[in-house]
Ligand binder design. Sequence first.
Ligand code: FAD
Length: 303
Amino acid sequence: MIKKTLLLAADSKRLERTISRNRLTKPLVARYVAGTTLDEAVAATRELNAKGIDVSLDLLGETVSDLSESAAATAAYVDTIHALATQSPGSTVSVKLSQLGIGLDPIVCEGHLKQLLDVGAEAGITVEVDMEHSSVGPQTLEAYRSLLPGHPNTRVAIQAAMRRTPDDLASFTDIKPRIRLVKGAFLETIDKAIVDPAEVTAEYHYLSEWALKNLPDPAFGTHDDTCIDIVKAAAERLGIDKRDFEFQMLYGVRRELQEQLAADGYRVRIYVPFGSQWYPYLMRRMAERPANLMLFLRSVISD
Ligand SMILES: Cc1cc2nc3c(=O)[nH]c(=O)nc-3n(C[C@H](O)[C@H](O)[C@H](O)COP(=O)(O)OP(=O)(O)OC[C@H]3O[C@@H](n4cnc5c(N)ncnc54)[C@H](O)[C@@H]3O)c2cc1C
């Protein structure tokens, strides 16, 4: 119930305006967001790199209402790619196609994505495509699919909770995709998604083994000990080296575990968001861990 309310609140522009202006939310935002500027994001990236941990930078912002905003976001991503190429060449960038305009004009959006893939290829920086709500999910996968032949290193997030996922994965017959397997962070209806947490974990179990067997260099985006142990055990059983797949986690979530996995010889990449449009991202993080909610509410109410 709380989770559903928070995910609904994530889409409210009115709440976004009120909460984004509230300076008391600052400490909570700082836990999950590396800063508002590219310089701050690069500084956070270098700190993680010094611990043997890779990064994927995410410029916050989604669901633009005007194509000029998507062009501006694309330009900001070009700057981000260039900064990473010189300061952290092992990093990637993560992009949301709603920010590149998929909801307004899929052709323009695909052009923006192609530009980022081209710039990334030249700079040696891989692009990862986030997977969003099912209202744009299928279009996101199609844009990814159509650019894959020219850019086979591109990674796409795949949500274990979505009922269409096994068919989506099976539909890649020519070029096998590099995926980031996640549980799924959006509010979906039961006809489209599995909603029971235990069932989502069971599906994650099945899909992670399938990905290790069938896909190149899979990434597992999770902080769940059960899912992590499943991946580790399956890799060991299948004789897959620790460096041939990676664990991905979110900035500010289970930091000790991130460092422990890296110390144990696993590849670890942290998804590091930066920018001023943190509201929907933060609300999804609250929904994943309602224990954070009291902290959040106290800060908003006492303002
Ligand atoms: C690198 C990365 C990229 C992602 N990209 C996408 C994407 O493109 N599309 C998409 O739909 N989803 C994405 N997600 C989110 C994902 O779908 C889940 O919502 C999220 O990872 C929580 O699921 P979990 O596997 O960590 O398991 P959970 O069972 O939710 O969490 C396991 C444990 O991790 C800790 N934890 C989890 N979340 C938080 C939090 N917010 N704050 C504090 N502690 C927490 C808690 O200790 C919890 O018990 C991404 C996640 C990661 C890690």
